[in-house]
Design a protein around this ligand. Structure first.
Ligand code: PSU
Ligand code: MN
Length: 305
Protein backbone atom coordinates (compact mmCIF):
# COMPACT_ATOMS: atom_id res chain seq x y z
CA UNK A 1 0.00 0.00 0.00
CA UNK A 2 1.29 3.49 -0.71
CA UNK A 3 -0.26 6.92 -0.53
CA UNK A 4 -1.34 6.72 -4.20
CA UNK A 5 -3.66 3.83 -3.34
CA UNK A 6 -5.72 6.34 -1.35
CA UNK A 7 -6.01 8.73 -4.28
CA UNK A 8 -9.47 9.08 -5.81
CA UNK A 9 -9.51 11.22 -8.95
CA UNK A 10 -12.91 12.22 -10.35
CA UNK A 11 -13.73 10.93 -13.86
CA UNK A 12 -13.64 14.46 -15.29
CA UNK A 13 -10.19 15.18 -13.86
CA UNK A 14 -8.85 11.78 -14.95
CA UNK A 15 -10.07 12.44 -18.47
CA UNK A 16 -8.46 15.91 -18.42
CA UNK A 17 -5.17 14.45 -17.16
CA UNK A 18 -5.17 11.79 -19.87
CA UNK A 19 -5.85 14.42 -22.53
CA UNK A 20 -3.18 16.79 -21.17
CA UNK A 21 -5.76 19.53 -20.55
CA UNK A 22 -4.92 22.42 -18.19
CA UNK A 23 -6.18 21.80 -14.65
CA UNK A 24 -6.22 24.10 -11.62
CA UNK A 25 -6.35 22.70 -8.09
CA UNK A 26 -8.47 24.50 -5.48
CA UNK A 27 -8.34 23.99 -1.73
CA UNK A 28 -11.24 23.19 0.61
CA UNK A 29 -9.98 24.73 3.88
CA UNK A 30 -10.80 28.14 2.43
CA UNK A 31 -14.40 26.82 2.19
CA UNK A 32 -14.73 24.93 5.47
CA UNK A 33 -12.65 27.15 7.74
CA UNK A 34 -12.03 30.38 5.86
CA UNK A 35 -15.53 31.48 4.85
CA UNK A 36 -19.00 31.40 6.40
CA UNK A 37 -21.86 29.18 5.21
CA UNK A 38 -23.84 29.70 2.97
CA UNK A 39 -21.73 32.39 1.27
CA UNK A 40 -19.00 29.81 0.71
CA UNK A 41 -21.41 27.77 -1.48
CA UNK A 42 -21.71 30.57 -3.97
CA UNK A 43 -17.95 31.03 -3.90
CA UNK A 44 -17.21 27.32 -4.37
CA UNK A 45 -19.28 27.18 -7.52
CA UNK A 46 -18.30 30.56 -8.93
CA UNK A 47 -14.57 29.94 -8.56
CA UNK A 48 -14.96 26.70 -10.52
CA UNK A 49 -16.89 28.58 -13.22
CA UNK A 50 -14.10 31.15 -13.51
CA UNK A 51 -11.52 28.41 -14.06
CA UNK A 52 -13.70 26.88 -16.77
CA UNK A 53 -14.27 30.25 -18.45
CA UNK A 54 -10.47 30.54 -18.83
CA UNK A 55 -10.30 27.14 -20.53
CA UNK A 56 -9.03 25.06 -17.60
CA UNK A 57 -10.67 22.38 -15.43
CA UNK A 58 -11.14 23.00 -11.68
CA UNK A 59 -10.09 20.29 -9.23
CA UNK A 60 -11.14 21.01 -5.67
CA UNK A 61 -9.52 18.62 -3.19
CA UNK A 62 -10.60 17.12 0.15
CA UNK A 63 -10.33 13.99 2.29
CA UNK A 64 -13.63 12.11 2.36
CA UNK A 65 -14.43 8.51 3.32
CA UNK A 66 -10.79 7.47 3.70
CA UNK A 67 -9.88 8.78 0.24
CA UNK A 68 -7.76 11.65 -1.04
CA UNK A 69 -10.26 13.26 -3.41
CA UNK A 70 -9.19 15.28 -6.43
CA UNK A 71 -12.22 16.85 -8.10
CA UNK A 72 -15.39 17.04 -6.00
CA UNK A 73 -19.00 16.39 -6.98
CA UNK A 74 -21.56 19.14 -6.17
CA UNK A 75 -22.67 17.01 -3.19
CA UNK A 76 -19.10 16.78 -1.91
CA UNK A 77 -18.67 20.55 -2.32
CA UNK A 78 -21.82 20.97 -0.17
CA UNK A 79 -20.30 18.82 2.55
CA UNK A 80 -17.15 20.94 2.60
CA UNK A 81 -19.15 24.19 2.71
CA UNK A 82 -21.52 23.07 5.47
CA UNK A 83 -18.34 22.05 7.30
CA UNK A 84 -20.23 19.99 9.83
CA UNK A 85 -17.62 17.79 11.50
CA UNK A 86 -15.10 18.70 8.81
CA UNK A 87 -11.57 19.07 10.19
CA UNK A 88 -8.65 21.10 8.90
CA UNK A 89 -6.05 18.76 7.46
CA UNK A 90 -2.43 19.65 7.03
CA UNK A 91 0.33 17.15 6.17
CA UNK A 92 0.66 15.82 9.72
CA UNK A 93 -3.10 15.01 9.87
CA UNK A 94 -3.37 13.06 6.61
CA UNK A 95 -2.75 9.53 7.93
CA UNK A 96 -5.10 10.07 10.85
CA UNK A 97 -7.94 11.21 8.60
CA UNK A 98 -7.39 8.39 6.10
CA UNK A 99 -7.18 5.65 8.69
CA UNK A 100 -10.19 6.80 10.69
CA UNK A 101 -12.40 7.84 7.75
CA UNK A 102 -12.81 11.38 9.05
CA UNK A 103 -13.79 14.15 6.63
CA UNK A 104 -11.14 16.81 6.20
CA UNK A 105 -10.62 20.05 4.33
CA UNK A 106 -7.25 20.40 2.64
CA UNK A 107 -4.99 23.37 3.39
CA UNK A 108 -2.47 24.81 0.95
CA UNK A 109 0.01 22.14 2.10
CA UNK A 110 -2.30 19.16 1.57
CA UNK A 111 -3.86 20.55 -1.61
CA UNK A 112 -0.32 20.75 -3.01
CA UNK A 113 0.28 17.13 -1.94
CA UNK A 114 -2.88 15.87 -3.62
CA UNK A 115 -2.37 17.98 -6.75
CA UNK A 116 1.17 16.69 -7.13
CA UNK A 117 0.09 13.07 -6.64
CA UNK A 118 -2.52 13.53 -9.37
CA UNK A 119 -0.11 15.32 -11.73
CA UNK A 120 -1.62 18.82 -11.42
CA UNK A 121 0.91 21.66 -11.44
CA UNK A 122 -1.12 24.79 -10.71
CA UNK A 123 -3.20 25.78 -7.72
CA UNK A 124 -5.16 28.92 -6.86
CA UNK A 125 -5.91 29.95 -3.31
CA UNK A 126 -6.54 33.15 -1.34
CA UNK A 127 -3.46 33.54 0.80
CA UNK A 128 -0.78 31.08 1.83
CA UNK A 129 0.02 30.25 5.43
CA UNK A 130 3.35 31.50 6.69
CA UNK A 131 5.47 32.46 9.65
CA UNK A 132 3.20 33.87 12.35
CA UNK A 133 3.98 37.05 14.21
CA UNK A 134 5.79 36.08 17.38
CA UNK A 135 7.09 32.85 15.82
CA UNK A 136 10.43 33.55 17.52
CA UNK A 137 8.60 32.45 20.70
CA UNK A 138 5.81 30.18 19.47
CA UNK A 139 7.56 28.43 16.54
CA UNK A 140 4.24 28.76 14.69
CA UNK A 141 5.29 28.35 11.07
CA UNK A 142 2.67 27.02 8.66
CA UNK A 143 3.37 23.62 7.12
CA UNK A 144 2.46 25.33 3.83
CA UNK A 145 6.00 26.71 3.64
CA UNK A 146 7.65 23.33 4.05
CA UNK A 147 5.35 21.91 1.39
CA UNK A 148 6.37 24.71 -0.98
CA UNK A 149 9.97 23.72 -0.35
CA UNK A 150 9.34 20.13 -1.41
CA UNK A 151 6.33 19.73 -3.68
CA UNK A 152 6.20 20.66 -7.35
CA UNK A 153 3.15 22.90 -7.50
CA UNK A 154 2.92 26.56 -8.47
CA UNK A 155 0.62 28.37 -6.02
CA UNK A 156 -1.13 31.56 -7.11
CA UNK A 157 -2.12 33.68 -4.12
CA UNK A 158 -2.72 37.30 -3.14
CA UNK A 159 0.41 37.04 -1.00
CA UNK A 160 -0.34 36.41 2.65
CA UNK A 161 -2.43 38.10 5.31
CA UNK A 162 -0.94 40.67 7.65
CA UNK A 163 -1.84 38.23 10.46
CA UNK A 164 1.55 36.77 9.54
CA UNK A 165 5.04 38.18 9.73
CA UNK A 166 5.45 38.77 6.01
CA UNK A 167 9.17 39.54 6.25
CA UNK A 168 9.95 36.28 8.06
CA UNK A 169 7.68 34.39 5.68
CA UNK A 170 9.71 35.63 2.70
CA UNK A 171 12.99 34.80 4.47
CA UNK A 172 11.78 31.28 5.17
CA UNK A 173 10.82 30.79 1.52
CA UNK A 174 14.20 32.11 0.41
CA UNK A 175 16.07 29.74 2.72
CA UNK A 176 14.06 26.86 1.30
CA UNK A 177 14.72 27.78 -2.32
CA UNK A 178 11.16 28.74 -3.21
CA UNK A 179 10.88 31.36 -5.98
CA UNK A 180 8.43 34.15 -5.12
CA UNK A 181 7.32 36.07 -8.19
CA UNK A 182 5.12 39.15 -8.28
CA UNK A 183 2.68 39.36 -11.17
CA UNK A 184 2.71 42.98 -12.36
CA UNK A 185 4.19 44.01 -9.01
CA UNK A 186 7.58 44.20 -7.33
CA UNK A 187 6.12 43.87 -3.83
CA UNK A 188 4.78 40.86 -2.00
CA UNK A 189 1.03 41.52 -1.80
CA UNK A 190 -0.62 41.59 1.63
CA UNK A 191 -3.89 39.85 0.77
CA UNK A 192 -6.42 42.71 1.19
CA UNK A 193 -3.75 45.20 0.14
CA UNK A 194 -1.80 45.09 -3.13
CA UNK A 195 1.39 46.19 -1.39
CA UNK A 196 3.12 45.26 1.86
CA UNK A 197 6.36 47.22 1.76
CA UNK A 198 8.29 43.96 1.21
CA UNK A 199 10.09 44.03 -2.12
CA UNK A 200 10.33 41.00 -4.38
CA UNK A 201 13.28 40.36 -6.66
CA UNK A 202 11.12 39.20 -9.57
CA UNK A 203 8.23 41.00 -11.19
CA UNK A 204 6.73 39.10 -14.09
CA UNK A 205 4.56 40.80 -16.64
CA UNK A 206 2.87 37.71 -18.08
CA UNK A 207 1.28 34.39 -17.22
CA UNK A 208 3.18 32.85 -20.15
CA UNK A 209 6.49 33.78 -18.55
CA UNK A 210 5.44 32.25 -15.23
CA UNK A 211 4.47 29.05 -17.04
CA UNK A 212 7.92 28.99 -18.63
CA UNK A 213 9.71 29.62 -15.33
CA UNK A 214 7.72 26.80 -13.68
CA UNK A 215 8.53 24.40 -16.51
CA UNK A 216 12.20 25.32 -16.41
CA UNK A 217 12.38 24.76 -12.66
CA UNK A 218 10.82 21.32 -12.85
CA UNK A 219 12.60 20.26 -16.06
CA UNK A 220 15.86 20.91 -14.24
CA UNK A 221 14.75 18.62 -11.43
CA UNK A 222 14.72 21.44 -8.87
CA UNK A 223 12.30 20.18 -6.26
CA UNK A 224 9.59 22.30 -4.70
CA UNK A 225 7.00 24.82 -5.75
CA UNK A 226 6.66 28.47 -6.65
CA UNK A 227 4.66 31.27 -5.10
CA UNK A 228 3.00 33.77 -7.42
CA UNK A 229 1.97 36.97 -5.67
CA UNK A 230 -1.06 38.27 -7.53
CA UNK A 231 -2.25 41.56 -6.02
CA UNK A 232 -5.90 42.13 -5.20
CA UNK A 233 -7.55 44.26 -7.94
CA UNK A 234 -7.32 47.95 -6.93
CA UNK A 235 -11.09 48.46 -6.78
CA UNK A 236 -11.41 45.87 -4.00
CA UNK A 237 -8.27 46.76 -2.04
CA UNK A 238 -8.57 47.77 1.62
CA UNK A 239 -6.38 50.26 3.48
CA UNK A 240 -3.20 48.71 4.89
CA UNK A 241 -3.16 50.74 8.12
CA UNK A 242 -6.84 50.15 8.83
CA UNK A 243 -6.35 46.40 8.35
CA UNK A 244 -3.28 46.53 10.56
CA UNK A 245 -5.38 47.97 13.41
CA UNK A 246 -8.07 45.30 12.94
CA UNK A 247 -5.53 42.49 12.79
CA UNK A 248 -3.65 43.67 15.87
CA UNK A 249 -6.94 43.58 17.80
CA UNK A 250 -7.76 40.10 16.49
CA UNK A 251 -4.31 38.79 17.46
CA UNK A 252 -4.65 40.30 20.96
CA UNK A 253 -8.02 38.57 21.36
CA UNK A 254 -6.59 35.23 20.18
CA UNK A 255 -3.73 35.56 22.69
CA UNK A 256 -6.11 36.53 25.51
CA UNK A 257 -8.27 33.46 24.78
CA UNK A 258 -5.27 31.18 24.52
CA UNK A 259 -6.04 30.18 20.91
CA UNK A 260 -3.11 28.19 19.51
CA UNK A 261 -1.89 25.98 16.71
CA UNK A 262 -4.16 25.12 13.82
CA UNK A 263 -7.06 27.10 15.34
CA UNK A 264 -5.28 30.46 15.14
CA UNK A 265 -5.70 31.07 11.41
CA UNK A 266 -9.47 30.25 11.28
CA UNK A 267 -10.01 32.28 14.48
CA UNK A 268 -8.28 35.35 13.06
CA UNK A 269 -10.11 35.07 9.73
CA UNK A 270 -13.49 35.00 11.49
CA UNK A 271 -12.58 37.89 13.82
CA UNK A 272 -11.39 40.06 10.95
CA UNK A 273 -14.60 39.41 9.06
CA UNK A 274 -16.74 40.35 12.09
CA UNK A 275 -14.74 43.47 12.85
CA UNK A 276 -14.94 44.78 9.30
CA UNK A 277 -18.65 43.96 9.01
CA UNK A 278 -18.16 41.82 5.96
CA UNK A 279 -16.26 44.40 3.90
CA UNK A 280 -13.13 42.29 4.13
CA UNK A 281 -15.11 39.24 3.05
CA UNK A 282 -16.16 40.89 -0.20
CA UNK A 283 -12.47 41.61 -0.87
CA UNK A 284 -11.56 38.06 0.05
CA UNK A 285 -13.96 36.69 -2.57
CA UNK A 286 -12.65 38.98 -5.29
CA UNK A 287 -8.97 38.28 -4.70
CA UNK A 288 -9.64 34.55 -4.74
CA UNK A 289 -11.52 34.85 -8.04
CA UNK A 290 -8.63 36.87 -9.44
CA UNK A 291 -6.17 34.17 -8.38
CA UNK A 292 -8.29 31.46 -10.01
CA UNK A 293 -8.28 33.46 -13.23
CA UNK A 294 -4.49 33.92 -13.22
CA UNK A 295 -3.75 30.31 -12.23
CA UNK A 296 -5.96 29.15 -15.09
CA UNK A 297 -4.12 31.35 -17.58
CA UNK A 298 -0.77 30.01 -16.36
CA UNK A 299 -2.04 26.43 -16.62
CA UNK A 300 -3.31 27.06 -20.15
CA UNK A 301 0.02 28.65 -21.16
CA UNK A 302 1.92 25.71 -19.60
CA UNK A 303 -0.14 23.18 -21.53
CA UNK A 304 1.04 24.84 -24.78
CA UNK A 305 4.77 24.72 -23.96
N1 PSU B 1 -4.92 32.28 4.96
C1 PSU B 1 -6.04 32.89 4.52
N2 PSU B 1 -7.16 32.13 4.34
C2 PSU B 1 -7.18 30.78 4.57
C3 PSU B 1 -5.97 30.16 5.02
C4 PSU B 1 -4.87 30.95 5.19
O1 PSU B 1 -6.03 34.08 4.32
O2 PSU B 1 -8.22 30.13 4.40
C5 PSU B 1 -5.94 28.68 5.25
C6 PSU B 1 -5.25 27.94 4.08
O3 PSU B 1 -5.89 26.69 3.91
C7 PSU B 1 -3.84 27.73 4.60
C8 PSU B 1 -4.11 27.49 6.06
O4 PSU B 1 -3.17 26.64 4.01
O5 PSU B 1 -5.15 28.40 6.40
C9 PSU B 1 -2.89 27.73 6.93
O6 PSU B 1 -3.15 27.31 8.22
P1 PSU B 1 -1.97 27.19 9.28
O7 PSU B 1 -1.53 28.63 9.49
O8 PSU B 1 -2.60 26.59 10.49
O9 PSU B 1 -0.93 26.35 8.64
MN1 MN C 1 0.29 27.14 12.58
Amino acid sequence: MNLKDYLSISPEIQEALDAGKPIVALESTILSHGMPFPENMEFAHKVEEIVRAEGAIPATTAIIGGKLKVGLTPEELDVMCKADGVGKVSRRDVAIYLATGKTGATTVATTMMLANMAGIHFFATGGIGGVHRGAQETMDISADLQELANTEVCVVCAGAKQILDLGLTLEYLETNGVPVIGLHTDEFPAFYCPTSGFKLDYNSESEEEIAKISKTKWDMGLKGGLVIGNPIPAEYALDFDEMEAVITKAIDKANAQGIRGKFITPFLLAEIKDMTEGVSFASNLQLAYNNARVASRIAVAYSKL
